[in-house]
Write a protein that binds this ligand. Structure first.
Ligand SMILES: *[C@@H]1O[C@H](CO)[C@@H](O)[C@H](O)[C@H]1NC(C)=O
Ligand SMILES: *[C@@H]1O[C@H](CO)[C@@H](O)[C@H](O)[C@H]1NC(C)=O
Ligand SMILES: *[C@@H]1O[C@H](CO)[C@@H](O)[C@H](O)[C@H]1NC(C)=O
Ligand SMILES: *[C@@H]1O[C@H](CO)[C@@H](O)[C@H](O)[C@H]1NC(C)=O
Ligand SMILES: *[C@@H]1O[C@H](CO)[C@@H](O)[C@H](O)[C@H]1NC(C)=O
Length: 551
């Protein structure tokens, strides 16, 4: 074969690969500024089942740009910066009306964690200073009623600052680690009379780098066998939290660079696919970005090392699991990894060099990367269109029901500071992934059936939907997403299930209405109880979602 023929064959092959992909490759997505200022930094975000997002930063940032209503003020002699503060440090953002209102937190919620309980109440844990052992709940408002934070001081056994929470099959949450806490506890406590509420976790000692830590906000996922996969620094284990035993130790992530705070990378558990009735569900974890060893030390002295451009993917259910490494188009630190309704992953926000921490990063990365989970290795990343707002330390991202990704925050400074490099960012933007582009409207499913949104485990569920174009039956599926609690580039409790499809039928012989019958997850281990969003996906284009509650 001549070189010319080989080249043209190669070209043809590339063309084929590219065109096979065009049905789902869009124009790179679109950014929209939703709010120029919500008055606070979006440091922590959680979407609730009323399509409102609870957002908060910290009470010791100084005065925010949003006043508390009705001349309310917080008088707190233990507060570090302002003892009388009449500004808000939390808001409720309404996705549908694009409006927000101030909320009132009493004690410091800085660098805390949380989850949504099975009944839909946000349960936040810990923080700093006077708030480090406090639990706060936020019951979602219904109708036009207002609702606000309720605080329960001293409910945590120890201080929890930079901890990770995860929802358990019994509906409670486990709170893991935090600064100088090599242990875990549960909330609520199952037995208030038990003598031991704090359980030690040696793994957090093993992964604690002196002077840098690199094991804060560990990446935690509930595996399909009921154990927890815990990744900290460059190591991971499978952990039986009931018996307090390490069930399995995974190999260190290759090259051994740290991936957790302050070398903040991120991680997701890839979609759990319930493909056939009795097949075992496999679980894979993807860890991306972070900062090379010693970056934190260098950042402190003003040298900003290029971020890691690698991702490691591991099948945690494999009997002999191994990391498979992949290369991102660019290095990133402090990026968020967001599960999209179709099961792909969006990597968004963050910087190209440095680490998390005050003033410790440079080179904002303005382009999200789309990671297509089922493409062959080497063809998984697509660079998306950029925003013009750097989202550095203390920025967040979450998916909402209409398929957009809401982005907020960024404040690498100790206080609100609107001057200099990377000024405190109070704006909220939306990134619309390319699946929302109008040229995919003909493929987009629209859910038309009213179905019972109270689900039980292992039940049949029929969803009627319409699609303008001819339906490609084997390319339609239903996903179910647990909206996560996002802070510090990690989305706690993020979980996407691809439900088992039992049949797809044409309704009444019409050309555009279909019914897909699926089976809800079989157990609380696969899907801990609570609220999820259900999407119908066709050729990777998702419908708008519908809230359901599984109990
Ligand atoms: C916040 O308030 C400060 C001082 O009052 C002001 O300089 C700044 O422009 C405000 N920023 C925004 C985004 O509203
Ligand atoms: C919902 O759950 C939270 C957290 O467990 C609890 O504090 C609250 O009382 C529950 N609300 C209702 C209405 O049951
Ligand atoms: C993981 O990090 C530790 C330091 O925390 C280091 O000693 C070890 O060599 C690293 N692992 C690899 C494979 O490099
Ligand atoms: C705000 O940031 C600028 C530049 O980054 C710095 O010089 C200034 O001291 C900061 N102001 C406060 C009040 O911290
Ligand atoms: C299909 O036919 C049934 C019975 O005739 C009717 O009740 C239903 O509304 C029809 N559904 C659609 C989507 O047209």
């Amino acid at each position: 074969m001549t070189t010319a023929t080989a080249t043209s064959l190669l070209f043809l092959l590339l063309l084929l690969l590219v065109s096979a992909d065009t049905a789902i490759s869009g124009g790179g997505g679109k950014w929209q500024l939703l709010q120029k200022s919500i008055g606070i930094v979006g440091m922590h975000m959680q979407l609730l089942q009323n399509d409102r997002v609870v957002i908060y930063d910290r009470t010791d940032f100084g005065l925010s740009n949003l006043s508390l209503p009705n001349n309310r003020c917080r008088h707190n002699p233990n507060e570090e910066v302002v003892k009388t503060d009449c500004t808000a440090h939390s808001v409720e953002y309404d996705v549908v009306s694009n409006t927000f209102r101030p909320l009132f937190v009493q004690t410091d919620v800085w660098c805390s964690s949380g989850y949504v309980s099975p009944n839909g109440t946000l349960v936040q844990t810990g923080g700093f200073n006077d708030g480090d052992r406090t639990v706060r709940t936020f019951p979602p408002c219904s109708g036009s009623s207002t609702c606000d934070w309720i605080e329960f001081p001293g409910q945590l056994s120890v201080r929890r600052w930079y901890a990770t929470n995860h929802k358990l099959p019994d509906g409670r949450q486990i709170v893991i680690g935090g600064r100088r806490q090599f242990n875990y506890e549960f909330y609520p406590k199952s037995d208030l009379l038990a003598t031991q509420h704090v359980h030690s976790l040696q793994f957090l000692v093993q992964t604690n780098d002196i002077g840098a830590e690199n094991n804060l906000y560990p990446f935690v996922f509930l595996n399909v066998d009921g154990n927890l996969f815990i990744f900290a620094n460059n190591k991971s284990i499978l952990f039986n939290y009931v018996k307090n035993v390490v069930v399995k130790t995974y190999p260190d992530i290759p090259n051994g660079d740290p991936r957790c705070y302050p070398s903040t990378g991120s991680a997701v558990m890839l979609p759990l696919k319930m493909l056939q009735a009795n097949s075992n569900v496999e679980a894979e974890v993807l860890v991306c970005g972070g900062a090379p060893k010693d970056s934190f030390k260098y950042a402190k002295s003003g040298r900003f090392i290029g971020a890691l451009n690698t991702c490691g993917r591991i099948k945690i259910t494999d009997p002999n699991p191994k990391w498979v490494m992949e290369t991102m188009p660019k290095g990133r630190v402090m990026s968020d990894m967001i599960m999209l309704p179709n099961g792909n992953v969006l990597i968004i926000n963050g910087a190209g060099s440095g680490t998390a921490g005050w003033e410790y990063a440079r080179d904002p990365i303005l382009n999200p990367f789309l990671y297509k989970i089922d493409n062959p290795i080497g063809l998984r990343f697509e660079v998306q269109n950029p925003t013009n707002i750097p989202r550095m330390y203390h920025s967040t991202a979450i998916l909402v029901r209409d398929g957009r990704v809401i982005v907020a925050g960024s404040n690498p400074h100790k206080y609100y500071n609107f001057t200099g490099m990377f000024p405190t960012e109070l704006s909220v933007e939306a990134f619309s992934p390319s699946y929302l582009e109008p040229n995919f409207d003909h493929l987009r499913p629209r859910i038309v059936s009213q179905f019972q949104n109270q689900l039980v485990y292992g039940q049949k569920l029929s969803v009627q939907f319409q699609v303008e174009a001819m339906l490609t039956q084997h390319l339609v599926y239903v996903t179910m997403l647990a909206p996560p609690f996002n802070t510090h580039s990690f989305s706690m409790n993020q979980r996407l299930l691809v439900l088992e499809t039992t049949k797809v039928t044409n309704v009444n012989g019409t050309s555009s209405t279909y019914e897909i019958e699926v089976v809800t997850p079989k157990s609380q281990i696969l899907a801990p109880p609570g609220f999820y969003i259900i999407f119908v996906v066709h050729q990777q284009i998702p419908s708008e979602g519908i809230w359901v509650q599984i109990l």
